[in-house]
Design a protein around this ligand. Sequence first.
Ligand code: GTP
Ligand code: MG
Length: 506
Amino acid sequence: MSESGHSQPGMYGPGRRRRRRRGDRDIGPACQNLSGPSRDRDYQPRERRDGSEESPAPLIQKTPIILAKPPGERAKPLQTTAVSGAPVLDKPIMLMKARDDTVKPPTPPEATTQPSGPSKVEREGQRPTQPVYQIQNRGMSASASSAVDPLVGQSKLIPPEKMKHSIKLVDEQMNWCDSAMEYLRDQTDMLVVGVIGLQGTGKSTVMSLLSANAPEEDQRGYVFRAQTQEMKERGGNQSTGIDFFITQERIIFLDTQPVLSPAILDHLINNDRKLPPEYNQPYTYVEMQSLQIASFLFTVCHVVIVVQDWFTDLNLYRFLQTAEMLKPSTPSANHDSTGSSGGEDGAEYYPHIVFLQNKSRREDFCPRNLKDMHMVVDKLMAHSHLKYKGSLSMLDCNIFPGLGQNYMTPEVNMFLLPMQDMDGEDNLTKSGSTLTYPLFSLLPGYKGHPSFSTMISKLRSQILAMPRCQLSHTILTEKNWFHYAARIWDGVKKSSALSEYSRLLG
Ligand code: GTP
Ligand code: MG
């Protein structure tokens, strides 16, 4: 608070044209006639009440700002010139200065004394009838004052922007991207769902249908870009790195580039792209990229969906086991490193794994075949810590009404999705029967399973209802999760276990 601001003759001197407001009139004369210290005393509220007669003083034009100064901070000369001694000094001093149009708008602390944040018009001083009171509090830090700023508070209440398309969490060069942060909130009720699988198995399609799109929609509008016809014909891969999408229900979906992709390998060899120095061979780099992505998902996701479009590839299970082995240990709460030496607290967190058989044929839905598939996956995953059974059940979805609950013991987390374009299509059964029994043409053909859209909505309900296990030793908010994931990604890329494994690959 500067003295100079209140002793300018221009504030109440020449150029005063308008009638002053009622609240100002008892203060004006004191300001004009008194020198510094005694003027300060006259600004006290008691003095203002006393001088209520109409003053002949000229009118002021500008809005006053009253600044209260704590008693302890008043200048020494004030005490010597005070008439009534100590009791007067105990009261705050109200300093008044005219609002200067060139002065910046009020800063956050003064806004706290108003019922709501000042509008732009008010801040620009275009409403002179509204005085601004500033209570100075030297003890309050800048961060504390901004914490109570209603403008900041209001912006916190505004929901984050709704996402229309996925964005990159990890780009093609395997670098972390920060853009997802702006869509995240400070709340803990969230679910993180990731996907892995071989090339073109339908990962992006399934993730789009689980998150934001309906099967009837045009694939080009899906939130995760699915392979185009041209890409399919070229045998290429559509997705690169890791894509991020969060729904309004606060479910984070992570779509990934294909693991062990021949298209990525081909691209590395034929386009003569430079390998990172730590990798000697392109195929080593492709495998390491895949392992980095998978072990990252195993650490930051509640649920990881493994998409396959046929049953089944033993290499994929071998790959899952390797990724599990190389997965970074859950960092302990009070430990900074994410490396493989973490996890002194003992507990290790593993995600739920769902085996999704995409583009399943009718015979895959035959209960006997289904039972065999469950048994095979159970045997292949027997030594895994990943939670591959007990958290998702096709039998609970009323897809096989005649089957008992323990028909498929042990039931692993497996779900069958039929071919999307079989819906509404006449199949052999129907066309064959039409020839013999014309009346049957009115009935839908036998498919052996509910429609694709019914199945995807059942899968969605099952995934959303899965137990949300803890990811780390502390409970994470969405924003904390983002920082945690960034740390894990960094740890995965620098992991000594992964680089040791890559050296073994040659
Ligand atoms: P990459 O990211 O390149 O590995 O592919 P992806 O695994 O994400 O597969 P994507 O979702 O892009 O699907 C690949 C192709 O399979 C697309 O052209 C899809 O339209 C098609 N596809 C996916 N699911 C189905 C399905 O259930 N039925 C049929 N007919 N086509 C499907
Ligand atoms: Mg994809």
